[in-house]
Design a protein around this ligand. Structure first.
Ligand code: PLP
Length: 449
C-alpha cells in the first residue's frame, strides 16, 4: 500500500518534515487546514520518492518545469561551479553567466529578437512584458484569453482567465478578456478546427474593433494554453492573431512560460504556427526549474522605445548568476542531447498513441489533446454531454478517486479541475513513459470499477 492515508508510517525524516510543514508553511491556492502535502524526499530523472520512500513516476514535471527531469548532472554541476565562483551580483553589473544565458536563449528565438530582460519567474515576466507594451504604444488596455493562466501577482492574475482571478479581481485598469479557440467546448459552436479558428479570429477582431484599436496596447496569450487544459490552437490561429495585431498596431505577447523550452516539441510553441510575436515571456523550463528564472525576449521596435528613455522597472535578482548558470547548462544540455526533438517524437510515437488507446478503453476520457510532452485528458460524465467530472477550478469525489488511484499505482500526474495532464520530463525514456501509461490505465480501471 502506498501513502494517501495508508496504514504504512512515514519515514522518520519525512514525518518530521510533514509536521513542520503543516505547522509553519503557508501553501499556495489552498485552505491551510484542508491540505495534506506529499513530502518529496529525493528525486532522480523522471522519478521522485515520497513520504513512505515509495518511488513515483513524475508525469507532472512538478508544476510542468523539470523539462530535463530531476538532478540532471550537467545542470547540478553548473550551479555548483557558479556558486563556488560568484554566487551573486547586482543587475546593474555585467556578468558572464547572465550574458551567455541571454545569448543562448536568443539563439533559439527568431532573429527579430534582440535582448532579454530577466525576471525571477513567469508572473513577473508577464507583468514586465505588459509594461513594455504599454510604454511602447502609449496605450493601457490589454486583451487576454479566458481559460488562461498568466501568474499569481497582481496584474498577472487579473489577465488570467481562470477562476483564480475572481477573488483577486479588482478590475485592473484596461484588462479585457476574449475567447480563444477550443473546439471540444467551442464557445463558437464550431464543428471543426478550421471553423473554430475562423470564428475565434472573427470574435477577436470584433473585440478589438469595439474596444477601440487606438486604446489597446497588447494581446497577451499562451501559445498553447497549458494550465487551463493544453488547448493546442488550430493551425492558422496564432498567425491570424499576428495579422490582427499588425493591422491595429498592437503588441503581440506570446506567453511561453509553460509551453516553451521544448515542452511542445519545439523550442517555442509559437513555431508550430510559424509566427513571430513581438514579446515572448518564459520561465520554468529555461532552468528546468532548478533555480527560479524567467524573462522577456524583446524585438527591435519595442526595444527602440528604451534606447534613449530609461525603462522604469527592475528586480533585485534580475539575471541572478546561479539561475543564469543553470539556464546556460540547461540549454546546452538540451542542444547536445537533442531534447526538443525527443519531446516531439515522444508525443508522436508514445504519448499521443498511448493516450488515444486509453481513451478507446475508458469512457470517462472525453478528449485527448496535446503535442510533444504536453498532453491532457479531459474527463467527462458521458461523452454525449461532455459534462466535466469536476467543476472548473474545483474537484469532485470521482476526480479524487482517480487521483488517489494514480498514487497507489505509483504515478504522479498534474491534476487540474476535471483533467489529468500528462506532462513528463522531455527526456523520459520510452520505457518509463509506457510504464506510466500502463499505471494510468490501471488507475482509471480501479477508480472507475
Ligand atoms: N504564464 C504561464 C503560461 C504559466 O503557466 C505560469 C505558471 O504556471 C505563469 C505564467 C506564472 O509563472 P510563475 O508561477 O513562475 O510566476
Amino acid at each position: 500500500a502506498r501513502g494517501g492515508g495508508s496504514a504504512v508510517p512515514r519515514t522518520p525524516a519525512a514525518a518530521r518534515t510533514y509536521e513542520l510543514d503543516r505547522r509553519h508553511v503557508f501553501h499556495s491556492w489552498s485552505a491551510q487546514e484542508r491540505i495534506s502535502p506529499m513530502v518529496i524526499t529525493r528525486a532522480e530523472g523522471s522519478w521522485v520518492w515520497d513520504d513512505y520512500d515509495h518511488p513515483l513516476l513524475d508525469f507532472s514535471s512538478q508544476l510542468v518545469f523539470t523539462n530535463l527531469g530531476h538532478q540532471h548532472p550537467r545542470v547540478v554541476a553548473a550551479i555548483q561551479q557558479q556558486a563556488a565562483t560568484l554566487c551573486t551580483v547586482a543587475p546593474q553589473h555585467a556578468n558572464a553567466a547572465r550574458a551567455e544565458a541571454a545569448r543562448l536563449i536568443l539563439s533559439h528565438l527568431p532573429d527579430t529578437f534582440e535582448k532579454i530582460f530577466f525576471t525571477n519567474g513567469g508572473a513577473d515576466a508577464v507583468e514586465h512584458a505588459i509594461r513594455m507594451a504599454r510604454l511602447h504604444t502609449g496605450r493601457i488596455k490589454v486583451l487576454s484569453a479566458y481559460r488562461s493562466y498568466h501568474g499569481g501577482t497582481d496584474l498577472a492574475i487579473n489577465v488570467t482567465g481562470d477562476p483564480r482571478r475572481w477573488e483577486n479581481d479588482h478590475g485592473a485598469a484596461g484588462v479585457v478578456h476574449f475567447f480563444g479557440p477550443f473546439l471540444y467546448r467551442s464557445p463558437f459552436h464550431a464543428t471543426d478546427e478550421a471553423q473554430e479558428c475562423e470564428r475565434a479570429l472573427a470574435h477577436l477582431e470584433q473585440v478589438i474593433a469595439l474596444e477601440g484599436p487606438g486604446t489597446i496596447a497588447a494581446v497577451v496569450l499562451e501559445s498553447i494554453p497549458g494550465t487551463a487544459g493544453v488547448m493546442v490552437p488550430p493551425a492558422g490561429y496564432l498567425r491570424g492573431v499576428r495579422e490582427l495585431c499588425d493591422r491595429n498596431g498592437l503588441v503581440m505577447i506570446a506567453d511561453e512560460v509553460m509551453a516553451g523550452f521544448g515542452r511542445a516539441g519545439r523550442w517555442f510553441a509559437f513555431e508550430l504556427d510559424d509566427v513571430r510575436p513581438d514579446l515572448v515571456t518564459f520561465a520554468k523550463g529555461v532552468t528546468s526549474g532548478y533555480v527560479p528564472l524567467g524573462g522577456v525576449a524583446i524585438t527591435g521596435p519595442v526595444l527602440r522605445t528604451f534606447d534613449d528613455r530609461a525603462y522604469p522597472g527592475g528586480l533585485t535578482y534580475s539575471g541572478h548568476p546561479l539561475a543564469c548558470a543553470a539556464a546556460v547548462a540547461t540549454v546546452r544540455a538540451m542542444e547536445d542531447e537533442g531534447t526538443v526533438a525527443a519531446a516531439d517524437r515522444l508525443g508522436r510515437d508514445v504519448l499521443g498513441p498511448g493516450l488515444r488507446d486509453l481513451a478507446a478503453r475508458h469512457p470517462v476520457i472525453g478528449d485527448v489533446r496535446g503535442v510533444g510532452a504536453f498532453w491532457a485528458l479531459d474527463l467527462v460524465e458521458d461523452r454525449a454531454s461532455r459534462t466535466p467530472i469536476a467543476p472548473t477550478g474545483g474537484t469532485s469525489e470521482r476526480m479524487g478517486r482517480i487521483t488517489a488511484a494514480c498514487r497507489v499505482e505509483g504515478l504522479l500526474p498534474f491534476v487540474s479541475s476535471n483533467r489529468i495532464h500528462v506532462v513528463p520530463p522531455l527526456n523520459i525514456s520510452d520505457g518509463d513513459a509506457r510504464a506510466g501509461l500502463a499505471m494510468l490505465d490501471r488507475a482509471l480501471g480501479a477508480a472507475e470499477g
